[in-house]
Ligand binder design. Structure first.
Ligand code: SF4
Length: 338
């Protein structure tokens, strides 16, 4: 039931008025250990806000973020991240991390790669001994395919893919259990995207880390995610194991997004769906089902009744009044192609 609302003040000729922007509204989901959950949706749907609230980079307005840690040194097995503050939050921080979108602006050009990767260990006070820090940095750098020569250089000497590997090494150096990858491959060429996705998968196998993989490109999300959540104007509309979501979606918005991805087998493609209009402004989100202004299947009650978030099949959740009636299964059922 995580919600994040921001007050937005509009200045007018005479005075001003303040409205609440419901960036994230009553979102519930679970990420298991060693699993990747993909989070997709159009720009402004609230994906980044979910990730940042989970990391406690911003405070949730209401709801809970519960973290079941496996670390042997943890004081308790379940931590209520939304209640942490001060020293407790600082001590907990190394268990969670973030990989940003732009590898060009997220690395300090005045620091060597060694110092960039070591920074989370130093800033959190996790390690103080230089030899110990160097050993940890060399270990994570090698896993991210960076050698000793790379560690001595500055960021400007590297390509986009190499810079993102430095960012991943920095995110994983404190051995976090949970990492948010916020559009982490979106700024890269397609071939480099594949390289980074493979690296993340290998690191997950080696270290057992869980990822929240935020992206707007569904085909990249399909490659890396065990499960996928779809967001629309601050709400989750569907959440399911990747194959189920890509093979037989139950929400018209997911169906519309998937219909825009061409597959090599023309018989496996959904008939293309063109949505009306633009994504609504979250400040003036539509009543009832927020998708009703663009949904090709909308009926009268859709504009008044908020659809219930419910499990429509095993591990398959959606919020549409008529989910059980829709059959959006792919015309040619070749799941391996997806
Ligand atoms: Fe479309 Fe109505 Fe379902 Fe919303 S509840 S997705 S408007 S059919």
């Amino acid at each position: 039931n995580l919600s994040v609302h921001f007050p937005v003040t509009k200045r007018r000729l005479f005075g001003s008025d303040t409205q609440m922007l419901r960036a994230v509204d009553d979102v519930s989901f679970v990420i298991h250990r060693g699993e990747t959950v993909g989070l997709v949706g159009e720009s402004g749907s609230g994906k980044t806000t979910v990730g940042r609230a989970m990391l406690r980079a911003i405070d949730p307005t209401s709801g809970e973020v519960l973290f079941n840690t496996a670390a042997p040194d943890a004081a308790q097995s379940q931590v209520a991240v939304h209640t942490l503050s001060g020293t407790a939050l600082r001590q907990f921080r190394p268990r969670m991390s973030l990989v940003f979108q732009d590898p060009y602006s997220s690395l300090n050009p005045r620091m060597t790669v060694r110092d960039i990767i070591a920074e989370p260990l130093v800033a959190s006070g996790l390690m103080k001994d230089r030899a110990q820090i160097d050993a940890r940095v060399r270990d994570i750098a090698a896993r991210c395919k960076l050698n000793l020569e790379h560690l001595r250089r500055f960021p400007h000497a590297f390509s986009g893919g190499q810079r993102q590997r430095i960012c991943i090494a920095r995110a994983l150096v404190s051995k976090p259990e949970f990492v948010v990858c916020d559009e982490s491959v979106s700024a890269l060429d397609v071939s480099i995207q594949a390289e980074i996705v493979n690296l993340l998968r290998d690191l997950q196998d080696e270290m057992g880390v869980s990822f929240l993989f935020i992206a707007h490109d569904l085909s990249v999300v399909a490659q890396i995610s065990h499960r996928v959540a779809v967001m629309y104007v601050g709400k989750f509309v569907e959440y399911a194991p990747t194959e189920k979501l890509f093979f037989s979606p139950r929400h018209p918005y997911t169906h519309a997004l998937l219909s825009a991805i061409p597959l090599a087998d023309p018989d496996a493609n959904f008939a293309p769906i063109r949505l009306k209009g633009e994504i609504p402004n979250p400040l003036t989100a539509p009543s009832g089902c927020r998708f009703h202004t663009r949904c090709p299947f909308a009926k009268d009650r859709c504009s008044t009744d908020v659809p219930e978030w419910r499990e429509v099949a095993a591990e398959h959740f959606t919020a549409c009044h008529f989910a059980e009636e829709f059959d959006f299964s792919r015309p040619n059922g070749n799941a391996s192609e997806i």
